[in-house]
Design a binder for this molecule. Structure first.
Ligand code: G3I
Length: 449
């Protein structure tokens, strides 16, 4: 259960009225024409504005009316979690997850997948597992669910809430963590193998300012980027109380500077005197960070929220727009930088030959995922080929972003049409999954396809 970076108080009527006044005073300052809904306004800068939704509420006309009108992204509140999708080991149930997916598709919305691995809402059978049996079950779960939704999900919360609260900056203890510290990168590699086009996110709460916990996550992301672990984004849940950390924007920016997108993934704010202002502050921060690609609120009406009695959302119980809604819309319409990926801060050395390749492996009992990074030499390349030797008994079972000839022994991988041309020093990645154990020798790399 999340804690909150700032104290949460019960709503005060006088404070709510003050919120209305504040919101009414926000002026439109943008250059783009003001849009009338959250999604349309966010789209003007290439962003999305989403809501967590529940399959059981899709028959409620007020609910779906607001959803269809206002939002251009959806997240299943519970329907894609482990207990929902694999209630008994190896038996996968996607009925409600698919209802959320199809609702998103029908709206032309992005669908955020939430969440492949989380220490909460583990099915009972997994809660009682440990060690290599649990690790295999975890990886199988990631692979199966990401494969089921392959090509349909904009971004997956691959791992949710794996860091401890308080000042340690360390991982949270859980049966997942006890399978080995590499469980998070193993999950990301398995997710990439299953759905190469989904953005892969780490998602957590109480990481909304610069603090020990967010710095722990930051250090993990920096490490992942330096080692080629496939991570694309970090989700900041932003379950907020009556204050917004002063370094909220700079915290987002420091993660973006690592070369990942950032997303506000579960926004809700206690209805104290500052609710409208805090919502506006979060929105302005995202708009100011070019790699902040969108905002999701954790529910539609106050009555839909998990925070019973705190009225933390943008619509009241009857579906009317609140002051916080107006403040968010105004902040979106005020504009900001468009979302364009900023260049990675790390500049790897240019190989002396035509190209070079490195491989990073994530292995488990009986299988592995290999991520191979190909870097062009000083002349650049127009097509590349990478050779790797697998140990006896091992075999390639699937490959992405490359084609392979052969699947055992010495296997040759060639570029596909979109990643063959690399300027001097530029790099691309491909990957493959296999049975047995992965390659140990340094790969060869040659130019020409
Ligand atoms: O569907 C069952 C229903 O059949 C049963 O009668 C009822 C009895 O308790 O429970 C219902 O399931 C509940 C489910 O929500 C659907 O309403 C679960 O008990 C309840 O635990 C579950 O709560 C969800 C919570 O995650 C679980 O920890 C909340 O809806 C959901 O909003 C919340 O979302 C999390 C994010 O995933 C991660 N970040 C924090 C966020 C808030 O806690």
């Amino acid at each position: 259960m999340p804690l909150f970076g700032t104290s949460r108080r019960t709503a005060l009527l006088v404070a709510a009225v003050a919120g209305v006044t504040v919101a009414a005073g926000v002026a439109l300052a943008g250059t783009a024409e003001a849009a009338g809904t959250l999604g349309a306004s966010a789209a003007q800068s290439g962003r999305y504005f989403g809501a967590a939704i529940a399959a059981g509420k899709l028959g409620d006309a007020t609910y779906t009316g607001i959803l269809n009108r206002e939002f251009n992204a959806v997240t299943p509140e519970n329907e894609m979690k482990w207990d929902a999708t694999e209630p008994s080991q190896g038996r996968f149930t996607y009925t409600n997850g698919d209802r959320i997916l199809n609702q998103g598709i029908s709206m032309g919305a992005k669908v955020r997948g939430h969440a492949l691995l989380w220490y909460q809402q583990e099915p009972g059978w997994a809660q009682s597992m440990s060690g290599t049996a649990l690790r295999s079950a975890m990886m199988n779960h990631v692979t199966q669910v990401a494969t089921h939704y392959q090509g349909k999900i904009y971004a997956w919360d691959v791992v949710n809430e794996a860091f401890a609260d308080g000042g340690s900056g360390a991982r949270r203890d859980s049966n997942l963590q006890r399978t080995g510290n590499d469980w998070i990168e193993a999950a990301f590699r398995a997710a990439r193998a299953a759905d190469p086009n989904a953005k892969l996110c780490y998602n957590d709460y109480n990481t909304d300012g610069v603090n020990a916990k967010s710095t722990g996550v930051y250090n993990m992301v920096r490490d992942f980027k330096s080692r080629g672990v496939p991570i694309d984004c970090v989700g900041f849940q932003s379950h907020l109380g009556t204050g917004l950390p002063g370094d909220y924007q700079s915290n987002l920016q420091r993660f973006a500077d690592l070369g990942v997108d950032v997303q506000i993934t579960e926004l809700d704010v206690a209805q104290g005197g500052n609710q409208a202002n805090i919502y506006a502050g979060v929105t302005r921060a995202c708009m100011a960070v070019s790699r902040c690609t969108g905002i999701t609120v954790w529910g539609i009406r106050d009555s839909d929220s998990w925070r019973t009695g705190e009225n933390p959302l943008l619509f009241d119980n009857s579906g009317n727009k609140k002051a916080a809604y107006t403040s968010v819309l105004n902040a979106l319409n005020a504009g900001g930088g468009t979302t364009s990926p900023s260049p990675s801060t790390s500049t790897p050395p240019v190989p002396t030959g035509a190209c070079s390749a490195t491989v990073s492996l994530n292995s488990w009992n009986g299988g592995f995922v290999a991520t191979v990074r190909v870097t062009a030499g000083s002349a650049g390349v127009n097509g590349w080929a990478v050779g790797l030797t697998l140990p006896s008994g091992s075999a390639v079972t699937s490959t992405w972003s490359a084609t392979n000839s052969g699947s055992t022994g010495t296997v040759s991988f060639r570029n596909v049409d979109y990643n063959g041309t690399l300027a001097a020093g530029a790099a691309t990645e491909f990957g493959f999954q296999g049975t047995g154990t992965g390659p140990t020798a340094t790969p060869t790399c040659s130019a020409g396809s």
